[in-house]
Ligand binder design. Structure first.
Ligand code: GLU
Length: 262
């Protein structure tokens, strides 16, 4: 069993592929389940931040585009359409569980600029005080190469650092880090815990990419590095495993656990 009694503040990141059906449209039951689990974690007395992808995926579905646009402007336009739709759905489901939410859109320069960073930190603090769950995404419409996080795995690690979270959970379409890519290496084994991100660990992640979102295992390892350097533990777990968040907060040893630097 893992000791989760020290976890007072948690950042949970969910990827686009864990919020959508195979055809790319939003999977309402998954959003509902997530809202319920996070509301319950919050009811248990913990501060919760949700970092949610899915704006582009929701926009692609709403615009009936045949595929995710490749060029930046297309992605930005899809995100502009989809972000509103996504947050509206979150609001609807969280409201069923009597949980208030807020939308926070960030760009990387906010993290690097002391005054903006402080403003963002103050906003998070106030929202925690007001018992609100902030829902964070990258501000895709204005994110260009110079100021973008690029993927929500790293964004969530920077957010965990900003709000001084005790734990970062990356919910994905895979059970955790494997010794090799399990889609091409059936003999690959799940790694239960990582004490240090060695070059061997980084190599296990390869450059595996997701079809629906932006990240893959490589960006998750980068997130573990950012969080770990800030002393924050991180878990990669499968979003589609029933009761995954409940299991984590019951101390069950699921997914891959990365220990932050002490
Ligand atoms: N910000 C993007 C979106 O909401 C997702 C980025 C990612 O998948 O990491 O669609």
């Amino acid at each position: 069993m893992r000791d989760i009694s020290k976890i007072k503040r948690v950042v949970v990141k969910i990827g686009s592929s864990s919020l959508t059906h195979e055809n790319g449209r939003l999977a309402l039951h998954k959003i509902d389940q997530l809202a319920r689990s996070l509301s319950d974690i919050h009811n248990g007395g913990r501060d919760v931040v949700l970092v949610s992808s899915g704006a582009i995926a929701a926009g692609v579905a709403a615009l009936h585009l045949p595929a995710r646009p490749k060029e930046t402007a297309g992605k930005q336009a899809a995100a502009a359409v989809g972000q509103g739709a996504l947050v509206q759905l979150y609001e609807k489901f969280f409201l069923e569980y009597r949980q208030s939410v807020a939308q926070i859109l960030l760009t990387k320069d906010v993290m690097e600029h002391p005054v903006r960073r402080q403003n963002a930190a103050n906003t998070f603090d106030k929202l925690f005080e007001y018992d609100v769950i902030p829902i964070v995404n990258e501000n895709d419409t204005i994110s260009t190469d110079e100021i973008e996080f690029g993927d929500n795995d790293r964004l969530s690690a920077y957010v965990a650092e900003l709000v001084q979270a005790d734990l970062l959970i990356l919910l994905s379409d895979i059970d955790g880090l494997y010794t090799a890519d399990p889609s091409t290496h059936p003999e690959a084994e799940l790694i239960g815990e990582v004490k240090e991100i060695t070059p061997e660990i980084a190599a296990m992640a390869g450059d595996s990419k997701s079809k629906v979102g932006t990240g893959g295992m490589a960006t998750k390892i980068m997130a573990a590095q950012i969080a770990g350097n800030a002393g924050i533990d991180m878990i990669i777990a499968n979003a589609s495993a029933p009761g995954v968040l409940e299991d984590i907060f019951d101390g069950k040893e699921i997914g891959t656990y990365f220990y932050g630097k002490r």
